[in-house]
Design a protein around this ligand. Structure first.
Ligand SMILES: Cc1ncc(COP(=O)(O)O)c(C=O)c1O
Length: 395
């Protein structure tokens, strides 16, 4: 059988740093025999909720599951509308559809790439139940303004913080500000559990609901039904889902979280280096942080405008790939995906800012595993691509 060869020099986009403590912890968990949801998940929930300053944390198998259950906890169902951004991963909008509700998109601000708060009120109807902002790339949305609108129209707020573990808004960490916040620990995120997510909240009723919905809708004690305290009978009180996180995953997350500060510093160094080195090139770089906020620096996204750069975004990505550098696109706007076009009749031109970004955006490597040596190689390659007339003439 032909083996897929892995090129060791290839810089894989979003590669996580997996270190000895989590490897040992996973082995310990495997040896313990308790692979499912148990004490490690409880510990990870305590650690993450403590880190973001929320009362409750409910670990799940993905951020997508978190979004779905958060919407259900808010009572979102058929006939309801949820306001969100088109410049996001499909999971944000899909989770709204999973509840039988309709996503209502509001275009983004060109500079922040976050939902344009000034356009939210116009999108509110009698059917609106929730505002679901996404902290794009780790940059905080304008939470005060969103809260004000939500209060005025009696709406709930669910934050998609898949990129935003560590993001701060006015001195507070994202995760403690609104009704519900959903984080992702997918392999490319600031800290990882392989697959994994968590919802944080200060609302006990929401916390209980999510915990129960996440494990088949079984009554709370069912989480412990096979523990050393003896078998517990359970009752199904909602038709729930199988969304629970395993102790194997939490074993990774517990140690990753301990190093979040160290990883932040590493990414900040690369971020500043990119800012300095790419400033004179024909690229549009991330705009500076808004006052009173801290960017989680999850994605370093540049815009490649063909007229300005002399090369299209896709060609730019291909040239980097040929030099052994992986990149990402965050995002092709959701409304232009086939299902959304066909189901809702969306077309190009509906959300011009999201589309402008979607056509030009490319995320450069910026993960915990990335070294300054890698970053120098990436910058060297970008300079070669953008400044080398020979390549440009071929394009
Ligand atoms: C903005 C956004 N929301 C939600 C998700 C879904 O996260 P998960 O893969 O943990 O379900 C992602 C994943 O990349 C994302 O980028």
């Amino acid at each position: 059988m032909k083996k897929n060869k892995i090129n060791k020099n290839y810089i894989v986009f979003g590669a996580p740093a997996i270190e000895e403590p989590e490897i040992k912890e996973v082995v310990k968990t495997l040896r313990s025999g308790w692979l499912g949801t148990g004490p490690k998940v409880a510990q990870f929930e305590k650690d993450v909720s403590g880190y973001v300053g929320a009362e409750f944390g409910m670990a799940l198998n993905s951020c997508t599951a978190g979004l779905h259950l958060s919407l259900l906890a808010c009572g979102v169902g058929p006939g309801d509308e949820v306001i969100t951004t088109p410049l996001t991963f499909c999971a944000t909008a899909n989770s709204i559809l999973h509840c039988g509700a309709t996503p209502v998109f509001v275009d983004v601000d060109l500079k922040t790439m976050n939902i344009d708060v000034s356009k939210i009120e116009k999108a509110i109807t009698k059917k609106t139940k929730v505002i679901l902002p996404v902290h794009m790339a780790g940059r905080s949305c304008e939470m005060d303004k969103i809260s004000k609108i939500a209060k005025k129209y009696n709406l709930r707020i669910i934050e998609d913080a898949a990129h935003a573990l560590g993001t701060e808004y006015k001195g507070k960490k994202i995760g403690s500000l609104s009704d519900l916040t959903c984080f992702s620990f997918y392999v490319t995120k600031n800290i990882v559990t392989g697959e994994g997510g968590m919802v944080t909240t200060n609302n006990k009723e929401f916390a209980d609901k999510i915990k129960i919905y996440g494990l088949h809708g079984m009554s709370k004690d069912a989480w412990k039904r096979y523990s050393d305290t003896g078998y517990k009978h359970y009752e199904v009180i909602y038709p729930g889902f199988k969304y629970n996180m395993m102790d194997i995953q939490a074993s990774i997350g517990i140690h990753q979280l301990k190093r979040i500060g160290k990883y932040d510093k590493l990414r900040k160094k690369v971020w500043d280096f990119y800012n300095r080195e790419l400033a004179s090139l024909p690229l549009i770089l991330p705009s500076p942080d808004e006052p009173n906020t801290k960017h989680a620096m999850h994605l370093y996204t540049v815009l490649v405008d063909k007229e300005r750069a002399g090369i299209s975004r896709d060609q730019f990505m291909q040239e980097l790939h040929l030099r052994g550098i992986g990149t990402g696109v965050h995002f092709n706007p959701v409304h232009l995906h086939k299902y959304y076009r066909e189901k809702f009749g969306y077309k190009p031109g509906d959300y011009p800012n999201a589309e402008y970004i979607g056509e030009r955006t490319v995320s450069l490597p910026l993960s915990s595993k990335l070294t300054m040596r890698d970053a120098k190689r990436i910058v060297g390659a970008i300079k070669e691509i953008l400044l080398n007339k020979k390549i440009r003439n071929l394009i």
